[in-house]
Design a protein around this ligand. Structure first.
Ligand code: SAM
Length: 218
């Protein structure tokens, strides 16, 4: 299966999941990892925040709640997710400073740079961690906050067993990325990092452009 087909498999899966995910987040609210994400992102009063794989938009609505002047940009591979997000923002009566679009982040070509980038439970839905993280770096963001599953051995084994079935049946499968690979990649791009939250399954890492790399860019 080539990459395009994989991307289609992912977007179709989340098209089907969009309504359920939106309803669940509306009734039970954001998970703790997303709250930590938002708190970290709004702490520095960012002018703009990009949420990659924004799903039904709940995380961005919380950014708007906490920091109404921040411009929020939500992108997602799935058209139905973006439709849900648009409806949810409409229901909340928020339209100013909100930009939602269907786009694969790997092809995202926005001329404007952003202050903060968020990827909440997205890397686990996409095989190519390196390309997505390089894209974040190319946006010159001060802060990049990423929540991803902890790569426990039993999960890795489970996925290894499931992958051939998923490939054969053209089904969506989650991806586990090694934390070391992620942090080493970001370190090589001039980002320092800290763990801002860790639960049994998820961990949230915040990457900040290091002062030495900032002065090199200025
Ligand atoms: C598990 S959902 C998480 C949604 C939301 N971030 C949340 O935490 O509620 C993952 C989302 O990432 C999107 N996604 C995966 N890969 C993507 C990519 N390369 N570009 C844009 N969106 C992507 C999927 O379509 C899906 O809506």
């Amino acid at each position: 299966m080539n990459k395009t087909t994989k991307d289609q498999t992912i977007s179709r899966f989340f098209d089907r999941e969009s309504k359920r995910m939106s309803d669940r987040q509306k009734s039970s609210g954001l998970p703790i990892s997303a709250m930590k994400h938002v708190n970290y992102l709004v702490e520095s009063n960012p002018k703009s925040v990009l949420d990659v794989g924004c799903g039904p938009g709940t995380l961005l609505m919380e950014v708007k709640n906490k920091s109404p002047k921040t411009k929020v940009i939500g992108i997602d591979l799935s058209t139905s997710m973006i439709n849900e997000a648009s409806e949810n923002f409409k229901e909340m009566g928020i339209s100013e400073g909100v930009d939602l679009k269907v786009v694969n982040f790997k092809n995202f070509n926005d001329a404007e740079s952003v202050d903060g980038v968020s990827m909440h439970r997205v890397l686990c839905c996409y095989p190519d961690r390196e390309t997505l993280m390089n894209k974040c770096v190319s946006l010159n963001a001060e802060e990049i906050v990423v929540t991803l599953p902890r790569p426990w051995l039993f999960l890795r084994v489970l996925l290894k067993l499931f992958s051939p079935i998923a490939a054969l049946t053209n089904s969506f499968r989650p991806y586990l990325h090694r934390i070391d690979d992620l942090t080493n990649q970001m370190k090589s791009k001039g980002y320092e990092w800290e763990t801002i939250d860790q639960s049994r399954f998820w961990m949230t890492l915040a990457f900040k452009r290091s002062s030495s790399s900032k002065s090199l860019n200025e």
